[in-house]
Ligand binder design. Structure first.
Ligand code: HH2
Length: 271
């Protein structure tokens, strides 16, 4: 099974497919009613070429309410177990240390933490287990983040935040960090456009950058497409420019479309 380090050694952009085992995710909530369905769906994303599968059991859409630890464990652990040995690198999208621990035990490799290791227990867990961590920029919590969508220079502020969190994580013994601007997390559309246009300011930090524009509302705003599941073309434009501006990983719902998009974007980038 290819691990993240081996994948990052390849000179191509990695595609992370989203597997939301939630009733309320903004674009695909409620579609995967059972863990068997979620495993089958994830296997389809792997067959479409996903390098990494990101499994999440709690929505982080603006205004989303937290779910209990037990509920989140019941949603995600059977899915990770079902995918263990499938040959795809697995990531767990959680900020709860107990959920991350159970998923690492069940076969996940990466911790994708939208709070950027706010909890010491999560940081220590990542360090102990040698788990790579995605550090995402979010002001406040999903419930409150849109109240904090005010910046003097969003790119500078996000860069400073991620640099600090990355240094703290590495100092605490975390082996590998990936930084993520947190598109749609406490940001207005103009902030997301700025972050995408100036993403190279984040890759200049020297850590791999993950970009997650897929199906988000700023894509809907500019294309006029209301149904998130129909925002594929707009999402792929943001994916292509993320690659051009230095992203090493793109997080998407539409893996088949993203594979073609990154193949072309990589060919241009490497010409
Ligand atoms: N976006 C979402 C959730 N997790 N993790 C990273 N690292 N980067 C992102 O941009 C990101 C993320 C939101 O998208 P989705 O998972 O589809 O929706 P929901 O949070 O409603 O489940």
């Amino acid at each position: 099974m290819a691990n993240l380090e081996e994948l990052l050694e390849q000179d191509r952009t990695l595609v992370m497919g989203v597997v939301n085992v939630t009733p309320d995710s903004f674009s695909d909530g409620g579609r995967l009613a059972s863990s068997t369905e979620a495993v089958e769906y994830a296997q389809k994303l792997a067959a479409d070429g996903a390098d990494i599968l990101d499994i999440g059991g709690e929505s982080s859409r603006p205004g989303a309410e937290p779910v209990s630890e037990d509920e989140e464990l019941a949603r995600v652990v059977p899915v990770v177990e079902g995918l263990r040995g499938s040959g795809v690198c697995l990531s767990i999208d959680t900020y709860k240390p107990a959920v991350a621990r159970a998923c690492l035990d069940a076969g996940a490799e990466i911790i994708n933490d939208i709070t950027a290791l706010a909890e010491t227990e999560m940081r220590d867990l990542a360090a102990e287990r040698g788990a790579p961590v995605v550090l995402l920029h979010m002001p406040g919590t999903p419930e409150t983040m849109q109240d904090h969508a005010a910046y003097f220079d969003v790119v500078k502020e996000v860069r400073l935040y991620l640099a600090k969190r990355a240094e703290e994580a590495l100092f605490a013994g975390v082996r590998r960090v990936i930084v993520d601007p947190g598109l749609g997390f406490g940001k207005l559309a103009e902030h997301n456009w700025q972050l995408l246009r100036r993403l190279s300011h984040l890759s200049a930090l020297g850590y791999p950058v993950l970009s997650g524009p897929s199906r988000k509302s700023f894509i809907g705003e500019v294309t006029g497409v209301e149904d998130p599941s129909h925002r594929v073309y707009g999402s792929m434009a943001a994916v292509a420019l993320s690659v051009a501006n230095g992203a090493r990983i793109v997080r998407v719902h539409d893996v088949a479309a993203a594979k073609q998009t990154v193949a072309v974007a990589d060919a241009i980038r490497l010409a």
